[in-house]
Design a protein around this ligand. Structure first.
Ligand SMILES: Nc1nc2c(ncn2[C@@H]2O[C@H](COP(=O)(O)OP(=O)(O)OP(=O)(O)O)[C@@H](O)[C@H]2O)c(=O)[nH]1
Ligand SMILES: [Mg+2]
Length: 280
């Protein structure tokens, strides 16, 4: 992180030349925060040369983000159901396990549904996590109907008084209509048993601007209520997270920072933005 810091420090002391602006624009675009934020930040830089430039930029970014709650929903007195969706390999299954472990740690009774029935390895992956974190996993037949696994799990979780059901789904390209339609079927079928309270879209933080297009397609089909940004460990710039939240007006709720079960945290915008703006 810390991409913009040296530029902002420089511009707070002396007026930026057109060459400086071009160079800074390139850095902003490469950070994946998107063209809207980029042009707005450039405007701020062109307008004010002051010690508080960094603060102005930070305030501007914060004001463009969601003010909705960033906590995972908890429905009192009945099962809370969470559907986890996204394109291939973004970290859905890992996030399901991390989130389940977190909720269990808070004292909730959690069940998982392996509604990724495309590959035997996917079912096995979630089952292995279930054993490790000691949380029951409902599985179905490989190549079976994901909606039917989700339905069975919802029925069981509801009847057995669970607090949370988290449904893992297969990764799918947002451009494949039949696979997207399958997701909306999962939703419809589960909702015959119990409402879906939260739909988390898992975004790989290393994805470029295509992340926004992906998120929009999923939002159209299953109405996303929260974004999880994964792989924000290492040198990931992760500006795409802010661009996606802004474009969708859906809050980032969780951030994945590693492959371990405890590498999941709540998203707090202020330190994240500060980190983006400080010097390397
Ligand atoms: N570094 C890092 N790796 C992660 C993180 N989250 C997931 N991964 C890794 O990313 C890879 C894919 O994770 P999965 O959870 O299997 O992703 P998925 O979205 O379920 O994949 P499909 O089901 O195939 O679509 C695995 O190697 C994970 O360990 C993260 O926050 N940081
Ligand atoms: Mg998976």
């Amino acid at each position: 992180m810390g991409l913009f810091g040296s530029f902002l420090t420089k511009f707070s002391r002396s007026r930026a030349t057109p060459e400086d602006i071009d160079e800074f624009r390139k850095v902003l675009i490469e950070s994946d925060i998107g063209t809207e934020f980029t042009e707005e930040i450039i405007k701020l830089v062109e307008r004010e040369k002051s010690e508080s430039l960094s603060e102005s930029v930070s305030t501007h970014i914060r004001a463009s983000l969601s003010n909705q709650a960033r906590l995972i929903t908890k429905t009192e007195g009945r099962l809370t159901t969470i559907l986890v969706v996204g394109v291939n390999g973004t970290g859905k299954t890992t996030t399901v396990a991390k989130l389940a472990n977190l909720l269990k740690g808070e004292g909730s009774k959690v069940m998982l549904a392996a509604a990724d029935t495309f590959r035997a390895a996917a079912v096995e992956q979630l089952s292995t996590w279930g054993e490790r974190i000691e949380i029951p996993v409902v599985v179905g037949k490989v190549n079976g109907d994901p909606a039917s696994v989700a339905f069975d799990a919802a029925t069981r979780a509801k009847n057995e008084g669970f607090d949370y059901l988290i449904i893992d789904t297969a990764g799918r390209l947002h451009t494949k209509n039949n696979l997207m339609e399958e997701l909306s079927k999962v939703r419809r079928v589960v909702e015959k048993v119990t409402p879906i309270d939260e739909v988390l879209f898992v975004l790989d933080g290393t994805t470029g601007q295509n992340g926004i297009t992906q998120a929009k397609s999923f939002a159209d089909v299953v109405s996303i209520t929260g974004i999880v940004v994964t792989k924000l460990d290492g040198s990931t710039k992760g500006g795409i997270a802010l661009a996606t939240e802004r474009a969708l007006k859906v809050p980032i709720k969780l951030v994945g920072t590693g492959e371990g079960v405890s590498d999941l945290s709540s998203f707090v915008p202020e330190p994240y933005i500060a980190d983006l703006l400080t010097q390397p």
